[in-house]
Design a protein around this ligand. Structure first.
Ligand SMILES: [Zn+2]
Length: 469
């Protein structure tokens, strides 16, 4: 063979090598690729990829973009085909009390006062134990995952048990131990409450899923000292502070009478407000309050179902958004004030409640309420560096929603479809921190049948404790 011929042959062999083997070798390895769906990223330009893909390594998103581009750059040990599905950042339930699932429907269609004093406080005193809290949280995890919720903020008792169950279910949680000025089911004195919460905060420091927090219940159930103690403890551990704020007219009236100012101004005066506070409800907030909330970078959470069911009022959501306040969505409840944990219902109701209250269909649009359930919810929980959108470097919390349903077609506008047509039952697959917790509607981290059976058992016990049939 002549030299020239040989070198051509060699060159040909090299070209073949490059063409066949090298691209595969230069591809980066990911653990999981979700490919082929319509990606609604909720990043700042609100990018949407009609045929997109997300690559995940460990608990983190490493790439987001058009499918062809991501598939050319990554191989993965596991792939999920998202064709004919929407891929979104997981929904954020910014305010709830998950163990109360076991009190779901205990007594409805009564005033808040009757519900609290005749039913819930006696029921809690007789039934809430650590075991109760564990089963309630497990049931709530199943229900929330089924509606596409990947992160929730909770306020209850025995919150360390809530944290353990949340972690076992693979969910992300901002979990607040309640501070309240009466003997609670877990801590009977303020000193015990402080000691329990400090230990709770220490235990979960640095956990990738659990953010432990103090949760002073409200200005009407906590003294100034209790509120300040909770804030001081939170700030010592760089933890958030969860609190109900301006949630009913009586709270506003009493604050005006007792403190000479609104609940927001009172919390500002005593040094509680700051960029670590998550304030649920914020119904009675005037222009000055809204300015203060924005200046202090307080995150707010709107709970339309709860506000309607208890007839407590309507938060001025469009004005709050205009003031620059980060405002997310919550289910509240799930007992007496909802009674479920379906965040997709809140997306729908947040829009419709604002529209009917103002008799203006333009009051708030579909895109805004989807923002509230995702990126703005993350901002309200002060977690937007970590979650709320599909972006490189953020936690891999993503959900797949089926578009192969009668109520899902045709689709002209994806935000309108999400807000007004799609349902929790259309959520098929849920991934939290790179771990698949629901695949094709089958829960993988919670024994749902066991939790359902236990809830039925608890119903008998609770009803008997209250002399109900
Ligand atoms: Zn609440």
């Amino acid at each position: 063979m002549k030299n020239k011929q040989r070198s051509w042959l060699l060159l040909g062999a090299f070209q073949l090598l490059f063409a066949v083997f090298l691209p595969a070798q230069t591809k980066q390895k990911a653990d999981l690729i979700v490919t082929g769906g319509m990606l609604v990223t909720m990043d700042s330009p609100r990018s949407i990829y009609d045929d997109g893909a997300v690559a995940v390594t460990g608990d983190t998103i490493v790439a987001v973009g058009p499918r062809a581009e991501i598939e050319a750059r990554y191989t993965a040990s596991q792939a999920i085909d998202a064709k004919n599905k929407l891929v979104l950042p997981g929904f954020i339930n910014g305010h709830t009390h998950v163990p109360m699932t076991l009190f779901r429907g205990i007594h409805d269609d009564v005033t808040l006062n009757d519900w609290l004093y005749k039913y819930i406080f006696p029921a809690e005193a007789k039934n809430v134990t650590e075991e109760f809290v564990r089963w309630g949280t497990r049931l709530a995890a199943a229900e929330q995952i089924r509606s596409g919720v990947t992160t929730f903020a909770d306020m209850y008792y025995f919150e360390d048990a809530v944290a353990e169950e949340t972690k076992a279910a693979g969910m992300r949680g901002v979990l607040g131990e309640t501070f309240i000025d009466f003997p609670a089911p877990d801590n009977k004195t303020n000193a015990a409450m402080l000691a329990y919460t400090e230990k709770f905060l220490q235990k979960w420091q640095g956990d990738p899923l659990i953010h432990a927090a103090p949760a002073p219940h409200s200005i009407y159930t906590c003294s100034q000292k209790t509120l300040q103690d909770a804030a001081t403890l939170a700030r010592k551990y760089h933890a958030p502070i969860l609190i109900h704020v301006a949630e009913m007219k009586k709270e506003l009236d009493d604050s005006l009478k007792q403190n000479g100012m609104s609940p927001v101004q009172y919390l500002e005066k005593i040094g509680v407000l700051g960029p670590d506070v998550v304030a649920a409800h914020c119904i009675f907030v005037d222009e000055a309050d809204r300015k203060t909330l924005a200046q202090r970078q307080v995150g707010c959470v709107h709970n339309p179902s709860s506000n309607m069911m208890i007839a407590s009022g309507v938060a001025p959501v469009p004005e709050m958004r205009a003031a620059g306040i980060a405002i997310g969505l919550g289910t509240d409840g799930p007992a007496g004030s909802n009674n479920d944990l379906d965040l997709m219902e809140e997306i729908d109701l947040a829009a419709k409640l604002a529209k009917i209250t103002r008799m203006d269909p333009l009051a708030i649009n579909a895109k805004a309420v989807v923002e509230m359930a995702t990126i703005d919810g993350a901002k309200a929980l002060h977690m937007d560096k970590e979650i709320g959108s599909l972006e490189k470097g953020k936690k891999a919390d993503l959900i797949l929603i089926s578009l192969d349903e009668p109520n899902a077609v045709p689709m002209y506008d994806v935000y309108a479809q999400l807000a007004y047509a799609l349902k929790a039952s259309d959520v098929e697959t849920v991934i939290i921190g790179g771990r698949i917790v629901m695949r094709d509607r089958k829960l993988l981290t919670v024994n749902e049948q066991e939790a359902i059976a236990k809830a039925r058992e608890y119903k008998k016990k609770i009803a008997a404790s209250l002399g109900m049939q």
